[in-house]
Design a protein around this ligand. Structure first.
Ligand code: CA
Length: 754
């Protein structure tokens, strides 16, 4: 009887029978309870395949607003094709659709409909919602470059669908005889040449008639073609039916969009597209198996993995002959080969790319080939790509990606050209902002960026010094001793912004004196979205050198302790108002530790360099359990293209890449009893944490493949050759583990004896 009941349920509720998979553990709504003044992630529920060229999302915000979908908004006004990497960067190539019944509406507020959470399903591969106002159900699924939507209209009501090509140059043509709509939009927020467009082709399975077009608020009844700043088209369908539309996108041409549609969807049904997308996610998510996690932890973990596998996005397409092509946002031409877009390297170099090197090495190499093509086409590596060069944040961190991949044996890219681009970043002056190093002339002449001449000067100095370390690592690997000498020396430039009188990193003037009125709690000025309390730790490649500046291991640990003991106070500095990262620091309840922003993402791991790794274990576990959750408010600041998620993935697995560009990971406190990584080479690496529990956060002993392991770090080779890291956990620190200086992780000055 019980068995009969169960199998009957499976038949009646196919959703339940499918929901055993990991893709159904992902909650794309995680992080959507965000607003401009406070970010719980600033995410939107992207329906997408991994690294997809185009994502699909419901829209609750005003068209063009970066906050596309926010959990507190009870109205949906469109379903949108999006390429947005962050609300702060805005969207490009975006267009939207909206079903309506009754009178067609142009105004987004007038057409918006309420919906019930109980009628909303959000998965990586599928989104569904019923619009109360129109009694219409909308479902979305997708492929890499195409969307597949199903709209079920209610009976006996006039049924409309609006297609909106967003502003900055738009065109739509209706072809009712062919059940087709095509067009383009030049919508962008920068980083795109004049001839940039996102082309789209929509093919419907039901006939429609033209109900008119509009460029403003007036409906032109007889139009079937229109070009304007923005264009709306209204299609009318027979009422009471289900309409399925296959939508292709291309950055190359309408013809290429047709080609993408033929290649990715063809004649497949909506269910077939959905099943394929689900299978793709299942395959990638299964690369990490976790045991001993609660349901909430599983949701948090696999949603983090989903976020890490969204960016950067594929920007290449395949022509009818199967050749890989891309439109270049750097020179406006179509070229052969790979291209990726949408990445803030200031965020992602820290943990996203190191994560790729372990589990997605082929993808890592392909992405780097894409950035090398960006250099070939635009003359420089990007600093913030969306889709081309954007002037945002600091540092030239593609250098880190290259050095990190190379040192881990991932070399399927043009290493010489990559090195040439790194050298250019490190030596050629430009104040363009979208690429290169602002303030480089001073940096080379004085050994630091002068804070009276360049804003965010000390943060730049610290990050340039790390980037120089990455160049030096590559110079050594490529046997270029002169370069190695120059950039190794420059990697010590962090010392030039250390002021011993305040024992912190500080702004320094061109004449060598220190910036006036030092306030360690003041954000901005010589720093970027942080204060001296945050940036003083930004010596990613030489923590030992930093320990010496601070007067030794005890003093270093004391200073780290005070980071958590201090009140979360701040002064707003040059921002002149409280920016959301400040508010989020207060909400973290970890003193001055501001996990909501990236500059401190390595800091909890630094005790492991100074003989007190149990404090790393304590704080990492604390951050994992208090700053991450499974719901719409599940993050403590901007997610940022996978970086905040990658921090969690690494930390939950038990280790973290403090120094990308070296094949090393620092041990923390694994969150689960067991984590198994299924590597591309067929091997598995397992982290087994016996007696792990909420209060048992401390490592008692470590064995690697059966042998005692005294170090507070792992090598990349330890992981990728497969094996077992066997920990025993307990509720008291084992102060004997990791106390010896020889047990500490990599530091440049110690490795080089300087
Ligand atoms: Ca951030």
């Amino acid at each position: 009887m019980q068995r009969l009941l169960f199998s009957t349920l499976l038949v009646l509720l196919p959703w339940i029978s499918q929901s055993a998979g990991l893709a159904d553990r992902v909650n794309p709504l995680l992080g959507t309870d965000s607003k401009r003044s406070f970010s719980h992630g600033n995410t939107y529920p992207a329906v997408a395949t991994p690294f997809a060229m185009t994502f699909w999302t419901p829209q609750t915000g005003e068209p063009g607003d970066g906050w596309i979908y926010t959990y507190q908004q009870p109205f949906i006004n469109a379903f949108k094709a999006t390429h947005q990497p962050s609300p702060w960067m805005g969207d490009y190539g975006d267009f939207s659709l909206m079903p309506m019944t009754g009178q067609p509406q142009i105004d987004w507020r007038a057409r918006a409909s309420s919906f019930q959470r109980s009628n909303e399903i959000s998965k990586p591969y599928y989104y569904a919602v019923t619009l109360d106002k129109y009694k219409t159900k909308v479902e979305m699924t997708s492929t890499t470059r195409c969307g597949h939507l199903r709209i079920t209209f209610p009976p006996s009501q006039p049924a409309y669908l609006s297609v909106h090509a967003h502003p900055r140059g738009a065109y739509i043509r209706l072809r009712p005889q062919e059940k087709k709509v095509c067009g383009f939009t030049r919508a962008n927020n920068g980083g795109a040449p004049e001839n940039f467009a996102c082309y789209f082709v929509m093919i419907f399975d039901q006939p429609f008639s033209c109900a008119g077009m509009s460029a403003d608020s007036l409906l032109h009844q007889d139009s079937q073609e229109m070009a304007a700043d923005q264009v709306f088209a209204f299609l009318r369908f027979a009422s009471g039916q289900s309409v399925t539309v296959r939508i292709a996108t291309s950055f190359i041409s309408l013809e290429q969009a047709e080609q993408n549609l033929a290649a990715e969807i063809g004649d497949r049904s909506f269910a077939a597209t959905r099943n394929r997308s689900r299978a793709l996610w299942e395959k990638e998510l299964q690369r990490i198996e976790i045991q001993g996690a609660s349901t909430d932890q599983e949701i948090t973990f696999y949603t983090a993995l989903y976020r890490v596998l969204l960016f950067p996005r594929i920007w290449y397409e395949f022509d009818a002959q199967g050749r890989m092509l891309h439109f270049s946002p750097y020179d406006g031409q179509v070229h052969a080969g790979e291209l990726y877009a949408d990445n803030g390297f200031w965020d992602t170099f820290r943990a996203v790319y190191p994560f790729f090197t372990i589990l997605f090495p082929d993808r890592d190499a392909e992405i780097i080939r894409g950035w090398i093509n960006a250099y070939r086409e635009g003359g420089w590596f990007p600093k913030w790509s969306s889709p081309g060069y954007r002037d945002c944040m600091i540092g030239t961190h593609v250098e880190s990606l290259v050095a990190d991949a190379y040192c881990k044996g991932i070399r399927e890219f043009d290493v010489q050209t990559a090195y040439e681009a790194m050298l250019k970043d490190g030596t050629q002056l430009t104040d363009q902002g979208g690429y290169g190093r602002t303030g480089l002339a001073d940096y080379m002449r004085l050994g630091y960026v002068a804070c009276d001449k360049t804003r965010e000067a000390t943060a730049r100095t610290l990050e340039y010094a790390y980037d120089d370390f990455c160049i030096a690592q590559m110079a050594r690997a490529l046997n270029k001793p002169q370069d190695e000498e120059i950039f190794s020396n420059r990697s010590f430039n962090y010392r030039h912004v250390w002021d011993p009188s305040v024992a912190m990193m500080r702004g320094r003037l061109a004449d060598g004196s220190w910036g006036p009125d030092f306030d360690p709690f003041e954000w901005g000025g010589p720093f970027t979205e942080g204060s001296a309390w945050h940036y003083t730790w930004s010596v990613l490649h030489d923590i030992d050198g930093l320990i010496r500046l601070m007067g030794g291991r005890e003093a270093f640990c004391c200073k780290l302790d005070s980071l958590f003991l201090l009140p979360p106070k701040f002064s707003v500095g040059h921002y002149r108002r409280e920016i959301h990262e400040m508010t989020e620091m207060v909400a973290c309840k970890m003193g001055q530790y501001a996990h909501g922003n990236q500059p401190v993402h390595h800091v909890l791991y630094l005790y492991a360099y100074a003989g007190q790794p149990w404090k790393t274990q304590k704080w990492v576990r604390h951050a994992c359990t208090t700053l991450y959750g499974p719901g719409p408010d599940g993050l403590c600041g901007d997610e940022d293209n996978g970086q905040t998620s990658a921090w969690y993935l690494f930390s939950a697995m038990g280790f973290y890449p403090v120094t990308p560009g070296t094949p090393t990971y620092v041990l923390g406190s694994p969150l689960f009893k067991k984590v198994t990584l299924h590597l591309k080479n067929g091997k598995t690496f397992t982290v087994q944490a016996d007696e792990n529990a909420a209060q048992n956060v401390y490592i008692q002993s470590v064995r690697l493949n059966g042998a005692a392991h005294a170090h507070t770090w792992l090598s990349h080779a330890d992981i990728v050759k497969g094996g077992i890291l066997h920990l025993r956990m307990g509720n008291q620190p084992n102060t004997r583990f990791g106390g010896d200086p020889q047990a500490a992780p990599y530091s440049f000055s110690r490795a080089e004896g300087r």
